[in-house]
Design a protein. Structure first.
Length: 254
């Protein structure tokens, strides 16, 4: 969406605060020994208490309030009573929701407990790349140029980007124009970021894979060449200067 009135900015701020708070609290709640279903129910209750509705559940009938992906799962992991978090697991939580007609999206990867499996380097790369990408965005900048920043920064650190997962516009629905904000320079994408538009910018930084493939459950995605992936995501408003980071309180850069 493009923000043209003050009430729209306020609506986006409230929806973004809801998803950011839920993500932050879920990250604090995630511990070895709890199931991803218990973690999802915890996040779902926070959204409900704030008057927000789970976006993937409402939009796609996703079997959970949030997407929780563990280890080799890249995204869209289904919360399960059988999936118990272990020390050192790489976990990604993606929280998106609707509140009073406004939609916002955010996510982050982190390690459960101690980093015994050495995932932190990948996580830090993803965080740093998201930061650099976001602070290069302003009205008039080509979307492909931000993709080039992401891929270049990933390669510098010895990583790859997933080419079929992208950021997107958001606001009055979960996915809006621009529909593809890729992590690489898509030379066919001539679109530019528009001032006052709302977009969800996300990284997909991987160790060995370049494409994500869907498992038989119809939701969970894994790498075409295995390995691990880290994702971090903020919903922002594009300006002529530094963007407004609506989901900043999620603390994923801390």
């Amino acid at each position: 969406m493009t923000i043209t009135k003050e009430y729209e900015l306020i609506g986006m701020q409230k929806a973004s605060q809801a998803v950011a708070y839920a993500l932050k609290e879920m990250r604090n709640y995630a511990k070895p020994g709890i199931s991803t279903k218990k973690l999802d129910d915890f996040g779902g209750q926070i959204l409900s208490d704030l008057g927000a509705k789970s976006a993937p559940y409402v939009t796609y009938g996703f079997p959970g309030f949030t997407c929780i992906s563990v280890n080799n799962e890249f995204c869209h992991g289904i919360p399960s009573h059988q999936k118990i978090l272990q020390e050192g697991d790489l976990i990604n939580i993606d929280v998106s929701a609707e509140l009073n007609g406004f939609w916002s999206d955010n996510g982050g990867s982190f390690v459960i407990g101690q980093d015994i499996n050495q995932h932190q380097k990948l996580i830090e790369a993803s965080k740093q790349i998201l930061h650099k990408a976001i602070y290069n965005i302003k009205g008039g900048v080509r979307i492909a140029d931000i993709g080039f920043v992401m891929e270049t920064e990933a390669k510098k650190r010895g990583y790859k980007v997933i080419k079929n997962l992208t950021g997107h516009g958001v606001g009055r629905s979960l996915h809006e124009e621009p529909h593809e904000i890729a992590n690489y320079k898509d030379r066919f994408n001539l679109t530019r970021f528009k001032k006052n538009s709302v977009v969800a910018i996300e990284t997909f930084i991987a160790t060995t894979s370049t494409y994500a493939e869907t498992l038989q459950d119809g939701w969970t995605m894994v790498g075409n060449k295995g390995g691990y992936m880290a994702q971090h995501e903020h919903t922002i408003v594009v300006t002529d200067h530094e963007p407004i980071i609506l989901t900043e309180m999620n603390g994923i850069w801390n």
